[in-house]
Design a protein around this ligand. Structure first.
Ligand SMILES: Nc1ncnc2c1ncn2[C@@H]1O[C@H](COP(=O)(O)OP(=O)(O)OP(=O)(O)O)[C@@H](O)[C@H]1O
Ligand SMILES: [Mg+2]
Ligand SMILES: [Mg+2]
Length: 496
């Protein structure tokens, strides 16, 4: 059964909204100068402010505000002139102050949208605009390590690490505009792409720099009122987001069809068992007893500062995708892959600017170059093989100076050390043999050396042409112009 399965009262439709927590990549925490370095010994990046000791006062890190505003602008949100911080009270051991400093009714930004490109297996890629309710700044909590977990094997108690407490987060709340697990995953991945383009977050999901809470309900028919939502907390991979949505949609439909109610609750995704399970019933927002934090002044973003920041925004992924399709005539797929990462897109554009044909550059980057960069965990911005050198190589191929095969052969060396394809080709005599007379001579030699195969070919086994091509390439070290070689071979084999 799928979400669109019809029943007596109409087709089921899922309604999904995401809350995404993005860690803003500042060196120090949101309200103090304690370091944000990840992975150090527990409780080595704490101070009296992080621990909320009496008499301490938080001070807003200005870089956090700049990052939050830039992130908000990239999501087409309206930046509030006046905004403030509030205390969100709840008791949990990972929260040293027993309240989290967050923003409640006056967030830094509201009412925006992003365009998401949804590529679902077996379907055409489609564009969808997803509304964004708000973006607000808040501090992260600490981390509990529970008894019996890998890191505390054999222990009988839980420990807490406050290194993460007070790290700056931007929480981005989508409108309930998503309809499938795939859309939810694509939305989350677009948010991460945008944050990385901006340089405001590394978006590293394994390290928790980007986490999503997924809210899901189902209803019968697109005009029906929203159903009761269930929230799945802390999803940390795009595939998990998709699978959890798909599982949860089916679970809710089944519950309704069995005449049961869906209760508002928080659930967890069990990656091992591939299902969601109940964690706790959800607090209403009034349980948090929000009130303005008296320790922090109101935030005013002056228009001139705001507009200055706006001028620093890079070209964003969706704009790049559209431009690549229009300007370079690339397919939707190619444009999507090449713009996935800012540094990759820059590499591509630099190679094209150096004079090479876009499609050829795109193919080499997506193929051998991406494989090398990924396998060695390298960055396009520091790759020894520079885009201008790639352009030179592509131009040699397009100009018939070297074969694709030779390019493929010398590429590993170029990727490792950088350098000029032309210099290597000249030095080693790897240039393409495109002189018909030279190829004819080689072909004639080959035919003379394999009389049986020639006879078999002429007797109807035309597949043997491949055998001769192979022999010819072997003999020329892959340097023969393949088109010309095939032409001459055909002619000679047929006895011409
Ligand atoms: N009926 C619904 N079905 C699915 N998603 C919904 C529904 N109603 C709201 N949502 C989505 O749920 C999210 C609600 O997030 P929000 O932070 O506003 O509230 P919350 O989850 O109740 O509070 P908290 O911040 O404590 O998690 C939004 O992304 C919204 O689009
Ligand atoms: Mg929520
Ligand atoms: Mg929320």
């Amino acid at each position: 059964m799928t979400a669109a399965t019809s029943s007596a009262n109409g087709a089921w439709e899922a309604v999904i909204g995401l809350e995404t927590h993005v860690q803003l990549g500042t060196n120090s925490k949101i309200f103090t100068c304690a370091s944000t370095t990840f992975g150090d010994d527990p409780n080595t990046h704490i101070d009296p402010v992080v621990c909320g000791l009496p008499g301490t006062l938080p001070v807003l890190n200005q870089m956090v505000l700049e990052y939050a505003v830039k992130a908000a602008m990239a999501l087409n949100l309206n930046i509030a002139e006046h905004s403030k911080f509030d205390r969100k009270q709840y008791f949990y051991p990972d929260l040293p102050k027993n309240y989290q400093i967050s923003q409640f009714d006056e967030p830094i930004a509201e009412e925006g949208w992003i365009e998401v490109e949804v590529a679902e297996k077996g379907k055409d890629t489609y564009l969808k605009r997803i509304g964004i309710e708000r973006l607000h700044m808040e501090e992260d909590a600490g981390k509990l390590v529970h008894a019996g977990s890998d890191r505390l094997a054999g222990s009988t108690h839980s420990l807490v690490d406050y290194n993460r407490a007070g790290v700056a987060l931007a929480e981005i709340v989508s409108k309930p505009d998503l309809r499938t697990g795939r859309e939810a995953a694509e939305y989350a991945s677009e948010i991460r792409r945008i944050m990385r383009y901006l340089g405001v977050s590394d978006g590293n999901m394994q390290e928790g720099s980007l986490r999503c809470d997924v809210n899901i309900s189902v209803r019968q028919g697109a005009d029906a009122p929203f159903g009761t939502k269930v929230e799945i907390k802390n999803m940390n991979s795009f595939s998990a987001i998709q699978k959890a949505c798909e599982y949860e949609i089916q679970r809710q439909i089944k519950a309704y069809e069995a005449g049961e109610a869906v209760v508002q609750e928080t659930r967890l995704w069990d990656e091992g068992k591939q299902l969601t399970k109940s964690m706790r019933s959800k607090e209403g927002s009034s349980d948090y007893r929000y009130f303005p934090d008296p320790d922090l002044g109101p935030i005013e973003v002056i228009a001139s500062v705001r507009e200055g920041w706006r001028t620093e925004l890079p070209e964003l992924p969706s704009a790049k995708r559209h431009r690549y399709a229009e300007e370079f005539g690339l397919s939707v797929y190619d444009a999507r892959v090449l713009t996935d990462e800012y540094a990759m897109a820059e590499y591509f554009e630099a190679a094209v600017a150096a004079g090479a044909e876009a499609k050829g550059v795109a193919n080499w980057i997506q193929g051998d170059i991406a494989a090398y960069v990924n396998a060695n965990r390298l960055s396009y911005s520091t790759l020894p093989f520079r885009p201008e050198q790639l352009a030179e190589m592509v131009q040699l191929i397009d100009g018939g100076k070297i074969s694709g095969k030779i390019a493929k052969e010398i590429l590993p060396e170029l990727l490792e050390k950088g350098g000029s394809a032309k210099a290597i080709v000249d030095q080693r005599g790897l240039g393409m043999i495109s002189d018909p007379a030279a190829i004819t001579t080689i072909v004639e030699e080959l035919l003379a050396a394999h009389p049986q195969e020639v006879e078999a070919f002429r007797g109807g086994k035309t597949k043997l042409q491949g055998f001769f091509v192979g022999q010819l390439m072997k003999k020329t070290g892959g340097k023969a112009d393949p088109k010309l070689a095939n032409q001459i071979l055909s002619q000679k084999l047929k006895g011409g």
